[in-house]
Write a protein that binds this ligand. Sequence first.
Ligand code: HEC
Ligand code: HEC
Ligand code: HEC
Ligand code: HEC
Ligand code: HEC
Ligand code: HEC
Ligand code: HEC
Ligand code: HEC
Length: 462
Amino acid sequence: MKYSYGRIGIMCLALLIVGTVAVASAQTQYPNLAPKELVIKRGFTKEALSCIECHGKKMPGILEGWRASRMAHAGISCYDCHVVEKTSPMASQCEGLKGTKIFISPMVSSKTCSRCHPQEVEQFLKSGHAELASGAVTSPERAGLSKLQFYYEGGGFMTQKKFTWTWGTPKEATNIERAARASGCQPCHGTKVELGPDNKPINETWPGGVGTIYPDGSIGTCSVCHERHTFSKTDARKPEACGACHLGPDHPNIEIYMESKHGQKFQVSGDEWAWDSPPEAWEPGDYLAPTCAVCHMSGIGDLATTHNVQERLKWDLMHKKSVVRSGNRGDGVKGEQLMLKVCANCHGPSHVKSQRDMLDNSVGLYNKYWDGAVKMKAELKEKGLLGKDPWQDGFQELMYYLWHHVGRRARQGAAMNAPDYAHWHGFFQVFQVYQDMENIYNKRLKTGKVEEYSPVISSAPY
Ligand code: HEC
Ligand code: HEC
Ligand code: HEC
Ligand code: HEC
Ligand code: HEC
Ligand code: HEC
Ligand code: HEC
Ligand code: HEC
């Protein structure tokens, strides 16, 4: 128990309100959930109550979510998060507010939360979950990805449309051509919200993923982990909070976790763990094995909670070649030390060292494959033996799978202790893909020709 006095103050305030208005509830998930018939009237202004009362009839689902939240019991309501200045680029009025001086927005960014949670937001903004996440979908340096999103997947090639590839979203792109990006990349990464004449979001740019860029320039959607409108820290401590985005063939983190010993323990005994301990006081004993949050975010031992998920990382395990993190990707030297401290709460030094060496060596092995691939590609390029379209050129297709799918699985499986991902979905396939690349390379050098058709079946088990 080592939370700060400010926090104790907030806790006491909340307990006081809950203590006076709520009857003890049998709910364990949301211990402060108010009984259904309770009318919450304390602590709200007339304006705030009007939103609650009308929306209780019009959108009861939202109201019930909010009622289950701790913030509801601390007197924070629709009004605090959705009301904006008239001059805000996001300002509009709902049916119930026409004719009043109150303006609202359905869009709520991390900036709103920062009024009361400045520290969480400041840490979050330094992490890959903020600018880098939406940048992966929108940034100028990634025009190649724009082409993937709008031309190939977006079906531009179906209409033989010629886009101008400068950066971001091509102006000529129709909403059908945006569909692949809107339904896929954006709900995970976020994008820049575009507004129509009534200040409402258009072109399916909202609601978006973790790094959403809002019309007032603010960045980040906190509700990706603290789903609305319960905004619970308890939910965010569970691996499912991360699994919504961290899954699938190219970053199977939830699958890796469930396969690890830690995930095994979570699956057999997680129901009995104490999920609701106060911040900075959620420690081993409340849980018996770490969740994603324990290793990457929560306070444990003498480490403080952080909303910067880069803080405890050494390697960059997502890009083509793994390097020690630096610059806007974090500080890998420090990161390694912090992560080792996490493990030391539950494991002895011999165990921890062996795991760390195993990760470093797995990264070293993967990098050797990658360097080999780069060398082959350079030679093919020099001899004019690379196809023009990388998605129809067998060698380049395989090279993509090498780092983006199988190579990530090998590295991340090794990092998070999942032998099946490290091996069968990982290094075994790294080796297979690499050999296929070598065969194509050798054949091209021998014949001096690029194959007429790609020999790679792209939906194959990569
Ligand atoms: C603690 C802040 C907070 C409070 C309190 C809050 N909201 Fe929200 N609300 C959000 C956030 C965050 C989002 C997601 C916005 C985004 O993705 O840009 C949201 C989204 C919404 C949306 C749009 C999404 C949808 O499903 O249509 C509506 C409508 C909404 N809230 C209504 C309400 C109402 C009504 C109340 C009061 C009962 C309320 N909110 C209370 C933060 C809050
Ligand atoms: C008398 C009823 C009533 C009152 C009072 C009212 N609303 Fe609404 N609100 C609605 C209805 C109906 C809608 C859906 C139709 C619309 O958007 O106009 C709505 C929509 C919304 C939306 C979603 C807009 C969108 O584009 O999806 C938000 C956010 C919202 N209201 C917030 C508030 C807040 C905050 C208050 C209090 C300051 C408030 N409302 C007061 C009835 C009301
Ligand atoms: C006007 C101030 C205010 C705003 C704005 C606000 N919060 Fe809170 N929030 C609080 C207070 C006060 C508490 C403490 C309630 C308690 O512990 O009982 C709290 C608690 C929380 C918690 C911890 C809940 C738990 O289960 O212990 C989360 C998570 C949270 N807020 C997220 C958000 C997010 C996300 C936003 C923005 C969408 C936001 N808050 C906006 C005041 C605010
Ligand atoms: C809404 C989707 C989403 C959710 C939910 C989510 N993440 Fe992420 N996460 C991302 C994206 C997108 C990136 C890649 C960011 C980038 O472009 O560098 C990422 C990157 C990361 C990274 C790499 C850090 C970095 O800064 O390079 C870590 C670690 C991580 N997430 C951990 C978590 C954990 C732990 C949770 C749950 C508590 C979680 N994430 C929940 C989408 C999400
Ligand atoms: C299911 C959610 C999800 C979808 C869909 C998704 N991503 Fe990601 N993406 C992630 C996560 C999570 C990471 C972090 C992976 C890691 O740390 O290994 C990531 C990483 C990345 C990265 C590397 C990080 C960086 O900043 O350089 C890029 C680039 C990227 N994604 C672009 C895209 C594009 C473009 C699309 C759509 C064509 C897309 N992603 C679709 C979740 C998703
Ligand atoms: C990647 C998932 C994730 C995202 C995104 C996220 N949080 Fe959290 N948040 C957590 C986890 C996990 C905890 C619980 C930490 C612990 O174990 O105490 C938490 C705890 C909190 C708490 C309670 C901690 C306290 O000291 O009272 C607040 C408040 C909070 N988050 C606010 C925010 C705000 C504001 C944002 C948006 C900038 C945000 N969170 C975004 C995962 C997330
Ligand atoms: C036992 C602690 C532990 C648990 C539990 C854990 N991780 Fe990790 N995670 C690590 C370590 C260690 C690394 C590699 C750190 C390094 O680079 O030194 C890592 C790396 C990552 C990365 C790779 C970042 C990159 O560079 O691409 C992501 C993303 C990630 N974890 C997300 C998650 C998610 C999501 C979960 C839960 C489903 C999870 N982790 C559970 C310890 C853990
Ligand atoms: C909250 C306590 C806790 C933390 C923190 C923790 N572990 Fe574990 N770990 C466990 C438990 C419990 C087991 C299951 C032991 C068993 O097999 O019964 C386990 C098992 C393992 C295993 C499987 C091999 C074995 O011992 O059976 C590895 C590998 C491992 N942990 C690595 C790590 C690494 C690396 C970290 C830090 C990044 C870490 N752990 C952090 C509790 C923890």
